[in-house]
Write a protein that binds this ligand. Structure first.
Ligand code: P53
Length: 497
């Protein structure tokens, strides 16, 4: 029987996370090819929801040819490519023992299909990983985080094409051969349920690529499932004690009322938004409710017997998830007010506040979510993203982000409650280490970091780094292994240099 645990385990992993396409910049140097992230334009409030949500061939080709980089913020990022040493050192000073980042596929394989990797790209990640380990941190590597090589879209149509499985497995194998000795924790795909809410950046599927868009999305997800299982196998062959995680963006959904119709609606949303993905990857087979979902949505997937055997043989070692907010479902669509999240639109929860971007803040929902996920799977969990996007301002040489401290404190408290409940949690990496370009809106204004980056939406600034108040607060939290969540006793003076 599991013993009672009243605090964070001694070896708990604390840190934060970033992604290549939102931080590195340097999109066209030293052999890097274009990726789907390089065509993402900044959030346009005048555009329709459909315009923002879908990518079609014409829009893609125009963006790929557009040399005005100011339209595409992820091409510049925040120059992590040249500043990784300072950035990693600043994180280490906060007391991290884990650092999550991702590999740009097109930096290693410019078109995605080359046989041998670009030496400069490999060398960059070799230096990044040694910097992380030299500071005593575990690297947590996401193999693919919303930045598929653009050529794989223009030539193969993205992940809906089975060919991508082999290309991805080759890419991952090169990473394992190079880095598995230093890297124990891996994630095959960032938010694999992106096939549902972030289609183009997650799968490369274009809205006009066929007459059954939904089928393409789910075929793409299927190929990512098989690819996940294959790289889990490969990783274990290379390093038996290494762990491959499956990751979802967890959209916990409550029924709007205690009407049974609302409960069914919420349950079915949980299934299609989250569990369809995690059931398949953690249990190693499609869930019982999948056939009805496919049938009612006119989806006919190509799933071979070999695919099924692969999924069954190589389930994920742990379940990672991002958690920012919760959602509400009602059988009656006119029941409640709507909230405008940038990618997910939903009903307003009258009991919860929301961020400036409409994401409903729900710390208790994190405890609830952890219990739900752990009871369903009984594999270790890892919270690999959690944080608050806010329009931080520097005043008198300081960023007083007490709202971020408050957000993180409440989530860490509930995370601890879940651990006391008995949930097994490997670690916690907040989003994000330092300010980076937003994934959903490509804004700089939506900042998540402990470290302010002097760069704005007009492409102006020095790119200088400066710790915010939350930096010193998180350092204190980590020094006490999650026990001291109090406000800092006095304002901290500005940092070095
Ligand atoms: P941004 C939507 C909902 C939940 C998580 O998101 C999401 C998204 C995508 O927008 O993605 C993750 O920057 C993603 C990160 C991303 C982070 O959440 O849109 O893994 O790349 O930056 C925050 O505010």
């Amino acid at each position: 029987m599991k013993e009672y645990q009243n605090s964070f385990p001694k070896d708990f992993l604390w840190g934060s996370a970033i992604a290549a396409s939102q931080s590195e910049g340097a999109f066209d140097i030293e052999g890097r090819g274009l990726s789907v992230a390089d065509v993402a334009t900044r959030y346009d409030k005048h555009a329709s929801r459909a315009q923002r949500k879908f990518m079609d061939e014409q829009k893609l080709m125009a963006a790929l040819e557009d040399t005005d980089n100011s339209h595409y913020p992820k091409r510049t990022g925040v120059d992590f490519y040249h500043r990784y040493q300072e950035d990693i050192a600043l994180c280490a000073e906060m007391g991290f023992n884990v650092f999550r980042f991702s590999i740009s596929w097109s930096r290693l394989f410019p078109n995605g299909w080359e046989e041998t990797p670009n030496v400069a790209g490999l060398d960059f990640y070799r230096r990044v990983i040694s910097e992380i380990t030299a500071h005593g941190m575990e690297p947590l590597v996401t193999i693919s985080h919303f930045d598929l090589p653009a050529s794989l879209v223009t030539t193969y149509g993205g992940w809906k094409n089975r060919k991508l499985i082999d290309l991805y497995v080759h890419f991952a194998s090169v990473l394992f051969a190079e880095f598995a000795p230093q890297v124990k924790y891996w994630l095959a795909f960032n938010e694999i349920n992106g096939a549902r809410f972030n289609v183009f950046y997650s799968t490369g599927v274009l809205a006009d690529s066929s007459d059954n868009y939904l089928q393409d999305c789910y075929q793409a997800a299927h190929h990512q499932f098989v690819a996940s299982a294959l790289v889990t196998k490969k990783l274990h062959e290379t390093r038996p004690d290494a762990m491959m995680g499956c990751m979802v963006a967890k959209f916990t959904t409550y029924p709007a009322t205690c009407r049974p119709e609302d409960a069914i609606e919420a349950q079915s949303n949980e299934q299609v938004d989250n569990y369809y993905f995690t059931d398949t990857l953690v249990n190693g087979e499609y869930p019982y409710y999948a056939p009805r979902f496919w049938r009612e949505n006119n989806i006919q997937l190509e799933i071979t017997q070999e695919d099924e055997a692969t999924l069954k043989a190589h389930p994920a070692d742990y379940l990672a998830f991002s958690y920012y907010m919760s959602a509400v479902s009602s059988a009656d669509k006119s029941a409640l007010e709507m909230t405008e999240g940038n990618l997910k639109k939903g009903l307003k929860n009258p009991y919860l506040p929301a961020s400036d971007w409409g994401w409903q803040i729900d710390p208790i929902g994190l405890r609830y979510t952890m219990n739900e996920m752990y009871s369903r799977y009984r594999v270790p969990l890892f919270i690999v993203e959690n944080g608050l996007g806010a329009d931080d301002r520097i005043q008198d040489g300081r960023v007083q982000d007490d709202y971020r401290i408050d957000y993180l404190r409440r989530h860490i408290q509930q995370m601890k409650e879940a651990i006391v409940d008995g949930v097994e949690l490997l670690g916690y990496t907040t989003w994000s280490s330092f300010d980076i370009v937003s994934s959903g809106t490509s804004e700089m204004k939506k900042r998540y970091g402990f470290i302010y980056v002097d760069w704005d939406d007009e492409g102006k600034g020095t790119m200088q780094r400066m710790p915010k108040d939350s930096y010193y607060w998180y350092r204190q939290v980590l020094a006490s292994n999650g026990e001291n969540l109090a406000d800092l006793p006095q304002p901290v003076t500005t940092h070095r240099n």
